[in-house]
Design a binder for this molecule. Structure first.
Ligand code: MIG
Length: 811
């Protein structure tokens, strides 16, 4: 609490801190005034099975104290719903109209039932214990009968020693969530979106974005359970050393509805995102570098920053305006003194292919002269207290009211506000404080629990809607942008969210502390988000509120260059840290990684397209692809960017050597083409200039530089392999026009290297020439493009598009 008050004084100043105190007292008074009696009901199990009936997709069961419905969506994807409980709208799950799945249902000798699809068998005991088995009869998961305690649910599943657990969204824990408690005790995580305040560290929980799903993994296979329950919840995972270890999920209300699927990690995320939606293809510019800072107060500040990028020869794709651009922090307004002509600034940026992003907070200043507040009151768009009056709390603008995003009309109203900024040339929006956050001196930094929401007519309080607030604000924004700028792809960045957030917005990992420890933690958070269905994430380079040493900043930058969202950001009052601030040698190193990022854009854009097809994260732990190799099972300090790049960030101070775990296959150093055979651990010398980076042999890595497409052929030394396929996705970079997919097949024979190229789609090939680079120690006597002999220059050649290329080895 002391830490909180000190940070609050630092950022808010004295009078705002007093108001914060008042706001906190008000919240406590509200909570007390509308308190509900403490739940003293005993724990209740379902009891014996009373009756059961066949349904179109499975079977329904009536137990003495609970009901259960089992509904197959796919042969390997099933929805289980225990009731009774309060309903929530299906915000996370997209409406699919799943086709009927043949399910066989039989009574067991013990009076329970067995339901079998083509892939999965579920045994329900007459007391509500549930076992999931594969068709060979192997148990995948066993659940104990759930327990209801008043409105809450408690649900236990048996764990074995080997199971590793991932997921839950943004968790500042080890990648295996079971390891979160080093003393071999339970690891407990809350599902409660909050602005933790100050700057978070490893172990702080919960943070801004939680997703009630976990993956249980053994090797490269496992299962995924997604609890479609927005109420606040807690997950507890027993340490492998505990006796009869269990995974417990509990929720403070609602029905106990969850989805189960099983298989390889890519399959689990594919199924989960089939259910909750895939990320749309982002506009291409969003994959470039973004510059932000809380403290660019005026147009002149922005001009200085732009000059810096130009003078230092640093590429830039977007500028973010933090809260200072608004008139007194009033959302959807622009301060006329600080930014007298935002359109003009946007035009100037657009001429240089730089995009403009502005921050949007949900809190609407309580000001009877302010149009947004007036409209909100008139339209009844704000969340209320049980007495019908709008809830107010302190945030940046002072007393604020909060839009009730769980109401379609509010979303449409809010979504239409973006028009004003779109017309001024703003390209993207940054949703902050949408946990929702409120300034408080103690207790939960959010709205009071009795806050009332419409919840599409169902009605609910903050216990039920807290976790949905960010998701629904993003839904409102995304739908608004789609409606008011239909020719462009919406781009939103959000701090909070819930299951399904990938459909609407990107994420960044919030106000992380500046330290080596949090740099390491940040990598884990991002990987875990990917395993929670949230593929687009990134962090404030160098941490949010501190003063990173030049080395820490450089190392953080080098990692960020290989994360989906690549943005420099820092808190007000901290020393400046634009990419040139640290001087040489740092600026040159940073420039090199910035440019490398831009070179890799064709590869990254293709990954974005793949993620749109599959829901797969761009950043993946090694066990995502190589989990059947036991040496890969617990590697968490390096990762795969797509299938073809292995990134080894340096996250220790003064590191001079690094042990790298190479996955099975052949891996070629991006820097000097040295090839290594995996699986193998190798020790590499480390300098500040680089981080180890490897390319998977057998791939065609597309890069771009100086208007030319460069195809890098990383050749396997093994001749026995089948042709290996690589793809390249291209389109206009925004909008919904034609696209193309180029497929490259790379094959090595005794005579040489063979590359065939197949194209699909209507978008014309956007490059005049392309350059082929062969990364191999082999020497070539010559090459033939579509049968015609061409000259090669040191394993390189320039060509027009072709169908077939052959490179002959020197005899
Ligand atoms: O109370 O808008 O995480 O990125 O710079 C702090 C000011 C509010 C928190 C965000 C941070 C942003 C800051 N915001």
């Amino acid at each position: 609490m002391f830490k909180k008050i000190l940070t609050s004084l630092r950022f808010l100043g004295f009078s705002q801190s007093l108001l914060t105190l008042l706001s906190t007292l008000k919240r406590d008074f509200t909570a007390w005034r509308y308190r509900t009696p403490k739940n003293k009901e005993p724990k209740q199990k379902p009891g014996p099975l009373r009756s059961t009936s066949i349904t179109s997709h499975g079977r329904a069961f009536e137990f003495t104290h609970a009901s259960l419905e089992i509904h197959f969506l796919k042969p390997d994807l099933v929805c289980l719903t225990w009731g009774p409980g309060k309903k929530s709208p299906a915000y996370a799950v997209t409406d699919q109209g799943w086709p009927e799945v043949p399910v066989e249902s039989q009574q067991t000798a013990q009076g329970g039932y067995a339901l079998s699809s083509e892939e999965l068998r579920i045994i329900i005991s007459s007391y509500g214990e549930i076992t999931f088995l594969d068709l060979e009869g192997k148990t995948i998961r066993t659940e104990l009968p759930p327990r209801k305690i008043g409105p809450s649910w408690e649900h236990d599943a048996v764990l074995t020693e080997e199971q590793r657990l991932h997921g839950l969204g943004e968790k500042a824990s080890p990648l295996n969530l079971r390891d979160a408690n080093p003393e071999g005790k339970k690891a407990t995580f809350e599902i409660r979106n909050q602005d933790i305040g100050g700057h978070y560290e490893s172990g702080d929980d919960p943070l801004y974005l939680n997703v009630p799903l976990y993956i249980s993994r053994m090797g490269d296979k496992g299962y995924l359970v997604f609890y479609e329950n927005p109420f606040r919840g807690t997950f507890t995972f027993d340490h492998p050393t505990q006796e009869t270890p269990k995974a417990r999920a509990s929720f403070q209300g609602g029905m106990l509805r969850y989805y189960f699927t099983f298989g390889s990690l890519p399959h689990l995320i594919q199924r989960y995102t089939e259910l909750t939606g895939r990320p749309p293809l982002p506009p291409a510019w969003s994959l470039g570098y973004h510059q932000s800072r809380w403290g660019y107060k005026t147009t002149d500040d922005i001009q200085d920053v732009l000059k810096g990028f130009e003078e230092h020869d640093l590429p830039l794709s977007a500028i973010h305006l933090d809260i200072d651009y608004m008139r007194g922090y009033r959302i959807f307004t622009v301060d006329q003194e600080r930014y007298p002509d935002l359109s003009d600034l946007a035009d100037q940026l657009h001429e240089q292919e730089i995009h403009l992003v502005t921050i949007i907070d949900p809190g609407v200043k309580k000001d009877s002269e302010y149009f947004l507040y007036q409209e909100g009151i008139k339209g009844n768009y704000f969340c209320t207290l049980p007495n019908g009056k709008p809830v107010t709390a302190q945030v940046w603008p002072g007393w604020c009211a909060f839009p009730d995003f769980s109401h379609q009309e509010t979303r449409a109203w809010w979504g239409s506000q973006y028009k004003k900024l779109l017309q001024k040339g703003v390209d993207g929006f940054w949703h902050d404080m949408n946990e929702p956050a409120a300034f408080t001196a103690w207790g939960e930094p959010t709205l009071p629990l009795p806050t009332q929401y419409r919840l599409e007519g169902l009605g609910g309080d903050h216990l039920q809607v807290n976790n949905l607030y960010g998701l629904l604000m993003n839904k409102a924004g995304c739908e608004g942008l789609t409606e008011h700028q239909p020719e462009k792809r919406p781009w939103l960045l959000s701090r909070s969210g819930w299951a399904g957030n990938q459909r609407y917005a990107w994420n960044w990992t919030g106000d992380v502390n500046t330290s080596w420890e949090t740099l390491r933690q940040t990598l884990t958070i991002m990987l875990n988000l990917g395993l929670s269905g949230i593929p687009y994430t990134g962090s404030d380079i160098g941490g949010f509120g501190g003063h990173p040493s030049p080395e820490l900043f450089t190392r953080w930058f080098q990692l960020a260059a290989f994360t989906p969202f690549f943005r420099g950001h820092s808190a007000t009052g901290t020393p400046r840290r634009e990419p040139w601030v640290y001087g040489e040698p740092y600026t040159s190193i940073i420039r090199k990684f910035l440019k490398l990022r831009y070179q890799l854009l064709p590869y990254l854009y293709t990954l974005a397209w793949k993620s749109h097809q599959t829901g797969h994260p761009l950043m993946r732990p090694l066990f995502w692809s190589y989990g059947d190799d036991p040496t890969m099972a617990d590697v968490t300090d390096q990762y795969l960017l797509g299938e073809d790049l292995l990134v080894v960030p340096i996250m220790e101070e003064n590191q001079t050597a690094k042990q790298v775990s190479l996955p099975p296959g052949e891996w070629i150093s991006y820097w000097d083409d040295t090839a290594h055979q995996g699986p193998q651990k190798i020790k590499l010398d480390i300098s500040l200039e680089r981080i180890p980076l490897f390319v998977r042999a057998g791939c065609v890595l597309p890069t771009a530089a100086d208007g030319t497409l460069h195809c890098h052929l990383y050749l396997p030394t093994d001749t026995s392999t089948e042709p290996v396929k690589s793809v390249l996705y291209q389109d206009a970079g925004d909008g919904y026009g034609p696209r193309r997919l180029d497929q490259f097949y790379l094959e090595r024979s005794r005579r040489g290297i063979h590359l065939t190229w197949e194209e699909m789609g209507k978008y014309p090939f956007p490059h005049q020439t392309l350059s082929l680079h062969l990364h191999t120690p082999d020497h070539f006597s010559g090459a033939k493009i579509d049968g015609v002999e061409v000259e090669m220059e040191e394993n390189k050649l320039q060509t027009e598009p072709f169908r077939d290329a052959m490179f002959m080895f020197q005899k």
